[in-house]
Design a binder for this molecule. Structure first.
Ligand SMILES: Cc1cc2nc3c(=O)[nH]c(=O)nc-3n(C[C@H](O)[C@H](O)[C@H](O)COP(=O)(O)O)c2cc1C
Length: 188
């Protein structure tokens, strides 16, 4: 039995990010067993919990300010797999993912070793620009951060040219790649 935590970071209803995240989840299910657990969190729900830099999380291994944040951090620590799904916002992830990631100090021990080493991850992003794939760059940034935390990034998917809500649902190639990413994530 494997556990996967999916963090979805778009505020739009029926967003491209959510569509891609759901396809990754379909792939995870197809490669797994019935007992597998997939826990998806809409990070918009955590938007008010902004890090105040109290600096206590590294020693505590949790966020001492916001139990709602600690709840998700603990789910990640207990999981085998992590999926980050975010729109590209100004060459970075959305504010919603950034607000949550600022609490990842809790994943670092005081000696800077990682509490989430050895987990597997997949990263997806999408962007409106059809010429320059900034979503790929966002995936690279996030992969670098995960690698710093000793998480094994199994694959990434950056989809360009999807500005309108739901546009990615017409991009069969992107949907298939998202599905295969989920398969790869849950195959080991
Ligand atoms: C605040 C903001 C910043 C954005 N920055 C970029 C950008 O730098 N490059 C780009 O190609 N698209 C940018 N976009 C467009 C989104 O990446 C694009 O519409 C994407 O499909 C949104 O995903 P969603 O449907 O999951 O919300 C931006 C959108 C917003 C709202």
């Amino acid at each position: 039995m494997k556990k996967t935590v999916v963090l979805m970071a778009s505020p739009r209803l029926q967003s491209n990010t959510d569509i891609l995240a759901n396809r990754v989840m379909d792939g995870i299910r197809s490669a797994g067993s019935e007992e597998d657990i997939i826990d998806k969190t809409d990070l918009v729900e955590l938007q008010e919990f902004v890090c105040c830099a109290c600096g206590q999380c590294r020693a505590a291994g949790e966020c001492l300010q916001f139990p709602e944040v600690t709840e998700i951090l603990e789910k990640i620590e207990e999981a085998d797999n992590l999926v980050l799904a975010t729109p590209t916002w100004w060459l970075g992830p959305s504010s919603y993912l950034k607000i949550f990631m600022d609490h990842w100090g809790a994943f670092l021990r005081p000696d800077y070793t990682s509490r989430i080493a050895g987990k597997r991850a997949a990263v997806v992003s999408c962007c409106g620009n059809a010429e320059i794939n900034l979503a790929d760059q966002v995936c690279s940034q996030l992969s670098e951060l995960l690698s710093f935390l000793k998480v094994d990034v199994v694959g990434t998917l950056g989809v360009k040219g999807v500005a309108e809500i739901g546009a990615v649902s017409r991009d069969r190639s992107a949907l298939e790649k998202a599905f295969q990413l989920g398969v790869a994530l849950n195959s080991k």
